[in-house]
Design a binder for this molecule. Sequence first.
Ligand code: SF4
Length: 338
Amino acid sequence: MPEALIDDFGKTVVAWQRRHGRNSLPWQNTRDAYRVWLSEIMLQQTQVTTVLGYYERFLARWPRVTDLAAASLDEVLAQWAGLGYYSRARNLHACAQAVATLHGGDFPRSAAELQTLPGIGRSTAAAIAAFCFGERVAILDGNVKRVLGRVLAFEGDLASSAAEKRLWDHATALLPMQDVDRYTQGLMDLGATVCTARSPNCLICPVQPLCRGQQQGDPTRYPIKTRKLKRGRRENWWLWLEREGQVLLQQRPATGVWAGLWTLPMYDDEDAARAALPGAQLQTLPRLQHALTHFDWVLHTLRAEVDGGNTPDGTWVARETLPAYALPAPLKKLIEES
Ligand code: SF4
């Protein structure tokens, strides 16, 4: 990479961020690693507008990392419900406990140490270290891969770890000598607001004069990643049983999809669902479709009011106490809307 590009790129991103970047989000203008970490974990695969409410509620309930560490996993999952990617919530809780017990309640101050904590990958560790402790270290999340992939017209296929490592090296080489925190935020802002996946707004982009991908005419060619996720499809049947204002819930196993969350009893096919409550009058509700990372999930619901007798195993929960349970988003919506 030419020296001039390295120098210009960093300065341009920093200057642009100062004037046009996002500077008043609730997790900005602080060096409190707890707040920054919480926002970074919540923002993985989730839009800022969705995260805002969750972030405020988490902080109101658990103002310090030690408060979060002392909470039960069920409480954390219940507060997280609706944000998706629930392994993040389990790691969040495990990380808070590790900070409380192994580090006396203070986050470690270097990216290398932060990366040893549960749920903190290389890029997240770098973001926390840059924002909170001013460490000169590169991030490379999905947005930044896109921006750098385009600016450099990076021909490596990011499906290969060797190519990804080369892009990490470029990201490190591009780091400015100063203002790494603002530069890091600037890259994130560029990726989120200007150099978007499908329609990069090159006309207003501050690094357009340096962008090789744009100069070649088709920046959306980059970043290159050949291995496409093959999406599957699943179909299941829920049994929604109510008895005297209570709903029957089952807790999902500790691993797999929706691990540890509470759902209605779930079956692989309609016959199995009906066989769980022989002879019952079951109402068929409109089916739901829910997209997860690897598959589309079609969920059918059969509903009945019961008055005792044999019902599937589970926990009867009063409707008014349902908010205390970690329900997956589609179930929460189904119950709220009925
Ligand atoms: Fe992205 Fe276009 Fe800017 Fe290049 S010029 S970084 S493609 S928005």
